[in-house]
Design a protein around this ligand. Structure first.
Ligand SMILES: *Cc1c(COP(=O)(O)O)cnc(C)c1O
Length: 516
């Protein structure tokens, strides 16, 4: 493709994208193609000769689009929203146009410095403490791929920090010299023995990224229970008891994930209490996973409920995804640390071919030393475009719209005695289940699995399920209604809820006929 062909194909692509968005509500939200639908239609061998672009683009429409579930659809209420805006799409175009791996400041100075600027903005937008600003010289922010990657990154930083503390103890006990700064070398055998003792903590409501991080690092993850009476939030006293028990057994606590807005129900862990516990153990590190709910810190009226002051006081690292509710297309995970040396001391490995005079002089940031990979996408452009296009007020209006639509739905559901709101609704998320007179817990679970199965078979409704697990109520199967797409209106919510009600009525009626 030459420049003129690109110009033509590019205009045509923009036209198709515009057509897609101007009629998206006429589509079904969910793709119901069968597994293998595309595998069966595409050649298993790569083309030998190049093809003309119009033919390729036509195949995208004809073959790929039927297998797309429309996350930007106004009736998308599954999982969590994954919003994208035109500003963000354009940002991706520009960043692709100058495609470069941005691992060093010297790769393309703008890639590093624009990221510094927008992450500085996001500290302000979200109300995070000044220590998380890169300009503080102490902490800093970086844009990564996903909350999963950032949790792994945080855990590695935490592991190395804990191992340094243990190494210092080792030197003290053995009377060997202890370096005060930087890596504290100990014999391999000591490092490996210490590593084996490390334990991570989270609750049954912590996202699976917690357990996965432990798996990847070959470390132990201890899952703590929560109570429905606490709104499914993890408490500090429970963490404290678990840590004490583990220390008695010779383990070393090193990492806890405090969640602000759990995936199942939007619960907010008791970050202040957890932080107080973490402060008592020099090997401990508190990572705040606010992947979905953290963007709502942009709303001053939500900050207290989302425990922002506690996060600011105690969080060693904080992650929130601008690519969920925050108008920026996947991927754009915002990750802030209180002390960036936690990252660089774990991740800075600089061979000669990566050395630059700017970095040697300490004049610039090389983000490769703050992350796992070497290369990185130029993600700051899309965030910059979105923040400039929307302004803080535009972002706030979008978030408030989702919250207000959800609170209208909550009032509606609360009025209907045949439904139960299973966990306290949070922001744009509601967990509910269908009730039935005289039904046992397991019958209710069966009823709701059936309701969800029926809804899942429909292309016009897209809601996901969860099992809420607590000490006081056991396991409860429920259905999540997650609001936050850019184009969702009150009517969209009402229409989908009507379908849920109708499907529920049919189910209860059929059940009664069977039992009679
Ligand atoms: C979505 C979500 C994640 C995972 O996010 P990725 O960016 O896809 O890795 C983790 N934790 C919470 C609380 C989430 O809502």
């Amino acid at each position: 493709m030459d420049v003129e062909q690109f110009r033509k194909a590019g205009y045509a692509a923009i036209d198709q994208i515009c057509d897609y968005y101007s009629s998206i509500e006429q589509r079904d939200v969910k793709s119901l193609v069968k597994p293998g639908y595309l595998l069966d239609q595409l050649s298993t061998t790569p083309p030998t000769k190049g093809e003309d672009f119009p033919a390729i683009a036509a195949d995208f429409q004809r073959l790929v689009m039927p297998g797309i579930t429309h996350w930007q659809h106004p009736k998308f209420f599954a999982y969590f929203p994954s919003t994208v805006t035109f500003e963000s799409i354009l940002g991706d175009m520009y960043s692709s146009a100058v495609s470069n791996p941005g691992f060093n400041w010297a790769c393309s100075p703008a890639c590093t410095e624009l990221e510094q600027v927008v992450m500085e903005w996001m500290v302000t937008v979200l109300g995070l403490d000044d220590v998380f600003r890169t300009s503080s010289g102490k902490g800093g922010g970086i844009i990564g791929t996903s909350a999963s990657d950032m949790c792994l990154t945080a855990a590695i930083a935490a592991r190395e920090r804990a191992l340094r503390v243990l190494a210092r103890d080792h030197h003290q006990v053995n009377g060997t010299a202890t370096p005060t700064e930087g890596p504290t070398d100990v014999p391999y055998s000591v490092r490996s023995e210490n590593t084996k003792r490390l334990v991570m903590y989270g609750s049954t409501q912590t996202h699976s990224i917690g357990v996965k991080t432990a798996l990847l690092l070959g470390l132990t993850f201890r899952t703590l229970p929560v109570k429905s009476a606490d709104g499914y939030a993890l408490r500090g006293d429970l963490l404290k008891a678990a840590i004490e028990e583990d220390i008695k057994k010779g383990f070393v606590p090193f990492f806890v994930i405090g969640t602000v807005g759990t995936t199942s129900s939007g619960a907010v862990d008791y970050i202040g209490d957890i932080g107080e516990v973490v402060h008592q153990y020099p090997t401990m590190f508190l990572h705040i996973d606010a992947a979905w709910a953290g963007m709502a810190w942009a709303l001053p009226e939500q900050r207290e409920a989302l425990r922002l002051a506690e996060v600011n006081k105690y969080g060693d690292s904080v992650c929130t995804n601008a690519h969920k509710w925050g108008l920026v297309g996947f991927d754009c995970s915002l990750f802030f640390v209180r002390d960036r040396r936690d990252l660089t001391e774990a991740l800075d490995v600089t061979p000669t071919y990566l050395r630059t005079k700017e970095a040697d002089a300490g004049a610039v940031i090389d983000y490769r030393n703050w992350q796992l990979a070497l290369g990185r996408r130029f993600r700051s452009v899309k965030l910059w475009f979105v923040m400039r296009g929307y302004g803080v007020e535009g972002l706030q209006a979008h978030l408030r719209n989702g919250i207000s639509l959800c609170s209208d739905l909550v009032s509606e559901v609360a009025k209907d005695a045949k439904f139960e709101i299973v966990a306290p609704p949070r922001l744009g998320l509601l967990c509910f289940r269908l009730l039935k007179d005289g039904a046992s817990a397991s019958e209710l679970d069966k009823l709701n699995v059936e309701l969800h199965t029926r809804l899942a078979e429909r292309p016009d409704v897209h809601l996901t399920q969860t099992i809420l697990k607590s000490e006081d109520r056991g396991e409860i199967f429920c259905i999540r209604f997650a609001i936050g797409a850019l184009r969702t209106t009150k009517q969209d919510v009402e229409e989908v809820w009507d379908e849920v009600v109708k499907e529920s009525d049919r189910l209860v009626l059929e059940g009664n006929q069977v039992t009679n």
